[in-house]
Design a protein around this ligand. Structure first.
Ligand SMILES: C[S@@+](CC[C@H](N)C(=O)[O-])C[C@H]1O[C@@H](n2cnc3c(N)ncnc32)[C@H](O)[C@@H]1O
Length: 305
């Protein structure tokens, strides 16, 4: 089977903008359905792995691992100057993916990365085409910012991360003129640098990075409320909209718990909306994910003025 932009419009009950459709049409999304037996086997396998405590917890202790991972991308990029080297190595590891609360088997190259790009095409085209200053927190290698550039040629793009190797990549992107208006800066979600102030009317983005901070999100929310960006966009494995009565969703919920992924953040933002301190524009699961994680819920909000 082959997905087209119309399938994504149907999945999300929305109309995509032409600039998003244009990018989506450039990529392949071919897959096969699994039999009920194969799905059941996968569900059992994932539960077994969780029971064996196989998965490493996210959190403060993981900094060195991220540093090392991004350093590998940095060295490869430095050697080849090929931006494809900036795609994190965890993409393409499994051909099993999630779509519409079913497991599927992907048959096209880069399927999981392409599916993330579809979600990005939707949110970048809807919210970021006119932004002047865009900050991606937890940006890793900066590959999302390079894709974002296709939707916004002018904005200053700032990638922030606690790993030094991430900033070295962004510096190299800037220096080698791959992208002149791109910058890197150190930032730790656990202890935000209050001296680093966001430009007025800026946009904030996080993609699969807030996931790493468990329930320690208060410092970052406080930082955002103080800096008052115009818009904050998260594409994260929030577990709030998953259905614990659905056997496939449940494998993801259990996995997210074992990995100590982000918890309580969306509720905090919804509570802030109830006290009129923020306004939520979109809170939707995308029904897209990988073998272990129903990975992407979109949450878009702004501090009230
Ligand atoms: C799964 S990666 C995603 C990277 C990037 N957003 C992407 O989509 O490729 C998680 C990122 O979060 C960063 N990260 C984890 N904990 C962090 C913290 N406390 N402060 C800042 N960044 C952190 C890691 O260094 C890593 O770059």
């Amino acid at each position: 089977m082959k997905l087209t932009y119309r399938d994504f419009e149907h999945l999300w009950s929305t109309s995509l903008l032409p600039i998003a459709i244009n990018e989506i049409n450039k990529m392949d999304y071919e897959y096969e359905a699994l039999t009920q037996g194969e799905e059941n086997e996968l569900i059992n396998e994932i539960h077994r792995e969780i029971l064996e405590n196989k998965f490493i917890k996210a959190g403060q202790d993981r900094k060195a691992a991220w540093e090392k991972g991004w350093d590998e991308n940095l060295q490869n990029f430095r050697r080849t100057k090929n931006v494809d080297e900036l795609v994190p190595k965890y993409f393409g590891k499994s051909n099993i993916a999630r779509l519409g609360q079913r497991f599927i088997r992907s048959t096209s190259k880069n399927f999981d990365l392409n599916m993330l790009r579809v979600i990005q095409a939707r949110v970048f085209s809807e919210y970021l085409v006119d932004a002047k200053d865009i900050y991606e927190f937890g940006c890793g290698t900066g590959h999302n910012l390079l894709f974002l550039r296709r939707f916004n040629l002018e904005a200053s793009l700032v990638g922030l991360d606690w790993a030094k190797s991430s900033q070295e990549i962004l510096l190299l992107l800037n220096k080698t003129q791959v992208n002149k208006n791109i910058f890197g800066r150190r930032f730790d979600y656990f202890s935000p640098d209050d001296n680093f102030k966001l430009e007025p009317s800026s946009a904030v983005l996080t993609i699969a990075s807030l996931e790493q901070i468990g329930d320690k999100h208060k410092p970052f929310i406080d930082y955002l409320l103080k800096n008052r960006p115009s818009i904050v966009i998260h594409v994260e494995p929030f577990r709030d909209l998953l259905d614990d009565q659905d056997s496939i969703d449940l494998t993801s919920i259990e996995y997210m718990k074992q990995r100590n992924y982000i918890e309580g953040y969306c509720q905090e933002i919804l509570d802030l909306q109830n006290s009129n301190r923020v306004r939520v524009h979109l809170f939707e699961r995308t029904f897209i994910g990988s073998k272990y994680v129903d990975g992407y819920t979109i949450l878009v909000w702004s501090p009230t003025q």
